[in-house]
Ligand binder design. Structure first.
Ligand code: ADP
Ligand code: MG
Length: 580
């Protein structure tokens, strides 16, 4: 019931459209229902009169019919165009709500999901919902009006025949409901298969560079053919079953006419029915039987739309794991003292913790470096600070304030992250840098680009700051992309900075270049650096060695070399090769 209420709530902004649509539907039904009556009137009352009288009446009736059909024209126009527009508007509203909500869901939600499949499912679901939203009430309404209306007329024409007719109709209804029940799982299987095809295409295209560099087009083709053929198989099965059902359906309808012709014939022979009434009767059968089909299809449409809407609501009701606590206050005037107090964290509740009782303190303005084996939890440790994930136990504070007690927006505004892989949005260089600060001026953008040592490169491009990058744009080198992302963070100007292997993907030359920008960026900010190459962190105020057993060593470069531990070992491995 809750779901239905929610569904109806999407109609609210379009009440006027909805009621007009329904009114038009009533008018169309009334016009359709009246035609056989008019015909009956003509045959039984008018056509038996004199020539003159017939001609006079027929003229009036013709004009009346013309007016009726003109009215029907406008109603039909409204139903088809504005009815659909209303559906599209509702679909747009739902998609907006969904998108807004998806933006808020936490990293952990997306960790567990295939975005391609999610997308495909949501698109299909929204389409079904929109179809139901528009056709649903109209189909339900018109059909019931027509069925009841024509049934009453059929009864007045002949009770016995109509009762016989009702029995066959019942058979048709039961049969069709059975058909829907059988078809339902088949249709949902179709859905699953097409979602698989879509996600397979998306995955393969997103990784096209990897595919081609491994010359694995053949393997991809096979993988794709697998899901594509599974789709065909599923559809073929569906259509075979559907064919059988449709054939039976038309047979039953034929049966209906046989019953009417035979019982009607007997009545005529007995003189209890006029031949003209039999003709009118058959016209009404059409009006009676078509909406039954529509109603039965409606149950299917309803099931599909309802299931889609349920899934839609399910997503909307997935609360983000991480959100503002009641009474959260914005973090202002950040100095940048950071403290982790006995922090433990695991990605899954069942699995063992990635971080166990980690404690560390970073003074405002200092730079600390995290080093250690891959998989030791360095990135994880950093992800906890902007609350991409929530600590399992322990506390993290900034300037002494628990990060769970401040608003997410203010927290994330205070932290800048530069990662190894840079994501550039589809758009110009300018837009991509401006992503760092809403409403940045051109001067600010250029200033940031200069600080990131990318301004000269940008101006050397033919279209300068308006050059397209991202999905459709020019390909930039790893170093150039990285400098764009650094410009973004310069523009954002956060008091706290996380550099997660920001230069690891680059060659030595670009690294040296970017190192300079990063050092500038780190000035006067509390900075956490994760670096692969130890040369880049020698000057850090503190170096922390973190392995999957937790923090193993702590100290500055000199101190760590002296204790001859893990750091000293790493350091020698990297430098003996170069210096020796
Ligand atoms: P590092 O940055 O030191 O290489 P990470 O913090 O990335 O290490 O990873 C620490 C551990 O957490 C690894 O065992 C890794 O497999 C696991 N891990 C990292 N990210 C996720 C995730 N999104 N979901 C589940 N496990 C993860
Ligand atoms: Mg990492």
């Amino acid at each position: 019931m809750n779901i239905l209420k929610r569904f109806i709530s999407y109609y609210k902004p379009y009440r006027l459209l909805f009621y007009t649509d329904m009114l038009c539907a009533i008018i169309v039904s009334a016009i359709d229902l009246s035609f056989p009556m008019i015909l009956s009137y003509l045959i039984n009352k008018v056509f038996i009169q004199e020539r003159e009288a017939i001609l006079n009446t027929i003229l009036v009736v013709g004009i009346a019919l013309l007016v009726m059909y003109i009215i029907k024209y406008f109603c039909q126009y409204f139903i088809v165009s504005y009815g659909h527009i209303m559906g599209a508007k509702m679909e747009t509203d739902m998609r907006r709500d969904l998108f807004t909500h998806l933006q808020k869901l936490s990293f952990s939600y997306y960790d567990k999901r295939n975005t391609g499949e999610l997308m495909s499912r949501l698109v299909a679901d929204l389409f079904d919902i929109s179809e139901l939203a528009h056709h649903g009430p109209e189909n339900l309404f018109i059909s019931i009006l027509k069925i009841v209306g024509s049934f009453v007329i059929l009864m007045t024409l002949n009770v016995q025949m109509t009762l016989a007719l009702s029995i066959v109709t019942l058979v048709i209804i039961v049969f069709s409901l059975y058909k829907n029940k059988v078809m339902q799982p088949i249709f949902s299987d179709n859905r699953v298969k097409i979602a698989k095809v879509n996600s397979s295409v998306q995955d393969s295209l997103a990784g096209i560079r990897v595919v081609q560099s491994f010359a694995n087009e053949g393997i991809e083709k096979k993988k794709f053919a697998h899901s594509n053929e599974a789709f065909l198989e599923s559809k073929t099965g569906a259509y075979k079953v559907m064919g059988g059902f449709h054939a039976w359906n038309s047979f039953f309808e034929g049966l209906l006419y046989i019953v009417v012709v035979v019982t009607g014939g007997i009545h005529i022979a007995n003189g209890t029915l006029r031949p003209s009434d039999l003709a009118v009767y058959i016209l009404y059968i059409n009006i009676f039987i078509n909406p039954i089909d529509v109603l039965i299809n409606f149950t299917e449409q309803f099931q599909k739309g309802y299931a889609g809407f349920k899934r839609f609501v399910e997503v909307l009701e997935t609360h983000p794991d991480i959100k503002d606590e009641p009474g959260a206050k914005p973090l202002t005037q950040v100095k940048g003292d950071i403290e982790y107090q006995s922090v433990s964290f695991g990605y899954d509740e069942e699995e063992s913790h990635v971080l166990n009782q980690v404690s560390l303190k970073i003074k405002a303005g200092e730079t600390i470096a995290l080093v250690g084996p891959s998989g030791g939890g360095k990135t994880t440790l950093c992800s906890l600070l902007p609350r991409f994930y929530e600590v399992t136990s322990g506390t993290i504070t900034i300037d002494g304030q628990d990060i769970r007690k401040v608003t997410l927006i203010s927290l994330r505004n205070a932290i800048g992250v530069v990662q190894q892989d840079v994501y550039l949005f589809d758009g110009s260089i300018k837009q991509n840098i401006a992503y760092g600060k809403a409403g940045a001026t051109d001067e600010e953008i250029i200033e940031a680009a200069k600080k990131a040592n990318i301004h000269e490169f940008i101006t050397s491009l033919e279209e300068g700051y308006d050059t397209y990058v991202g999905e459709r744009g020019v390909r930039l080198s790893g170093g150039q992309k990285q400098r764009l992302s650094i410009a973004r963070v310069f523009l954002k100007n956060p008091p706290i900075l996380i550099l997660d292997e920001a230069t690891s993907a680059l060659d030595n030359e670009s690294e040296r270049y970017i190192q300079k920008s990063l050092e500038e960026l780190a000035q006067n900010r509390t900075t956490i650096v994760i670096a692969h190459r130890l040369s880049t962190i020698r000057n850090a105020d503190e170096i922390i060695v973190i392995t999957d057993e937790g923090i193993k060593e702590k100290g500055n470069h000199q101190e760590l070399l002296e204790i001859e531990g893990i750091y000293a070992h790493y350091y020698r491995m990297q430098f003996e090769g170069l210096e020796g």
